[in-house]
Write a protein that binds this ligand. Structure first.
Ligand code: SAM
Length: 249
């Protein structure tokens, strides 16, 4: 198995593939105050195994296209949706989120938790904006500095990992420069990193290593995630995912 295949395997059979929680998805939905009298066309970009997709399907009168690059996650989402009787509301799409078959102004809502960084925030805004109807909504979470200044170590780490990391005011400016009006913002609290992502992830380390016969590459994957978790614990006061709710104008 390649390193990428191992990373996918480590993230299978879990509620979330990144920081976030049911509470955050509901809070974001609340801020949008979407109409319920019409069927909404929605895309969930980088849905993973669909923790948030299932919740959106339960809460909205909507047809949801759930997009991810990896079929392993989409199969999991399809199974969950069938079991919950939501199969007719969720249609999965195995594509890259910067190469989609949507028509101009087709969608009422674009949702994306912890995934836009894969194609870059501003690039994502530009591409996705075309698919949204005028007055349509965007709900997107993105790595964000939550303090004005920060230690060099974490600054350098994120600048290398994701050069677009920035404070919310600059992300909001990017939204405005690309034709959006901000309708709400909050950032994920530490519980949404630790309780719903890192702790369940760490709980899978043992079975993951066993499944892969403690191979060198599997151990490297675990070491890398442990280093990410340690870094989070050390610097959690300086960054989080900002959740941006915006309207196309
Ligand atoms: N939204 C899910 C959640 O919050 O649990 C998953 C978030 S996870 C941090 C990022 C997701 O983006 C993964 O499911 C990954 O497979 C997907 N992904 C990465 N690059 C992608 C791309 N270019 N196109 C589509 N999906 C991508």
């Amino acid at each position: 198995m390649t390193e990428l295949e191992l990373i996918i395997d480590l993230h299978k059979n879990s509620e979330r593939q990144g920081p976030g929680s049911e509470k955050d998805t509901l809070r974001a939905l609340d801020l949008l105050n979407l109409p319920t009298d019409q069927k909404l066309k929605v895309a969930d970009m980088g849905c993973g195994s669909g923790g948030q997709t299932i919740l959106l399907a339960k809460k909205l009168n909507a047809q949801i296209r759930a997009v991810d690059l990896f079929p392993e996650f989409l199969e999991e989402l399809n199974e969950k949706a069938q079991k919950l009787g939501l199969g007719d509301k969720i249609l999965t799409l195995e594509k890259s989120i910067d190469d989609l078959p949507f028509k101009n102004e087709e969608l009422d809502l674009i949702w994306s938790e912890g995934a836009i960084y894969n194609i870059g925030f501003e690039n994502g805004l530009k591409i996705w904006s075309d698919y949204l109807k005028m007055g349509g909504y965007l709900a997107v979470s993105e790595i964000t500095w939550i303090s004005h200044s920060r230690p060099k170590e974490i600054e350098q780490f994120w600048k290398t990992e994701y050069p677009e990391v920035d404070v919310a005011s600059n992300k909001i400016k990017q939204l405005e420069n690309n034709g959006f009006t901000l309708v709400g913002y909050f950032y994920l609290d530490q519980e949404s990193w630790i309780e719903t992502y890192y702790k369940p992830l760490q709980a899978r380390f043992g079975t993951f290593l066993k499944r892969h016969n403690n191979s060198e590459l599997a151990r490297k994957v675990i070491e890398d995630y442990q280093a990410e978790i340690d870094l989070y614990h050390k610097f959690k006061d300086y960054y989080s995912y900002g959740f941006y709710l915006a309207k196309k104008n």
